[in-house]
Write a protein that binds this ligand. Structure first.
Ligand SMILES: [Zn+2]
Length: 191
């Protein structure tokens, strides 16, 4: 059964969707990739594999390694700190893995992608997206959600560059609700 709420793909980039699989990093971290089979489901739901891959423990740990490397580098970028060299080295290493090869079919004029190792291709795709993002001026638009217990990283693509929360439904409405209650308490106090 597919649980539609299992994963979130709302960070604005696939590279940031991966570290977002650890929720509430700043308070009580919850790893949504921890349940059995979750990493393969995430790769499929992210559109990085057509079907569920049977991942070995080593492959699962490689995906976690990439996730933590992206987190370390993107978090440093969001906070305008120097990028951690070891995490950057992991991104570069994984970006060098083979990508899928596109083949054009003359008759149907469609493109099909062929990957010898779909898992490695998925890692390379995510790592390249991370490098592309972090090496571009968009880096300055990587932000951490303002809810102190969330801190999910996202790419602010709003025109005003004033987005504050990972999502309005979740953290935004929680923050506004808390501000409203605080205001009400203040009013009650004043009257
Ligand atoms: Zn949030």
């Amino acid at each position: 059964m597919i649980n539609v709420d299992e994963f979130r793909f709302n960070s604005g980039r696939i590279a940031l969707d991966l570290p977002a699989t650890v929720r509430r990093r700043a308070s009580e971290p919850q790893d949504v990739l921890a349940p059995s089979g979750a990493p393969a489901r995430w790769l499929r739901d992210a559109g990085l594999s057509h079907e569920l891959l049977a991942l070995s423990p080593e492959q699962t740990s490689d995906l976690e390694k990439l996730r933590e490397a992206i987190w370390a580098v993107a978090d440093a970028a969001a906070a305008e700190r120097d990028l951690p060299a070891d995490a950057v080295a992991t991104l570069n290493e994984m970006a060098a893995l083979p990508l899928a090869v596109p083949k054009l079919d003359a008759k149907s004029v469609t493109v099909k992608l062929f990957a010898d190792d779909p898992f490695q291709t998925a890692l390379a795709t995510i790592a390249r997206d991370a490098i592309d993002l972090l090496g571009s001026p968009l880096r300055t638009r990587i932000k951490a959600c303002e809810q102190p217990d969330c801190r999910m990283l996202f790419l602010d693509t709003s025109r005003s560059s004033r987005r504050r929360w990972c999502s309005m439904d979740r953290c935004g409405s929680r923050a506004k609700g808390a501000a409203f209650r605080a205001r009400n308490r203040q009013d009650a106090h004043e009257h």
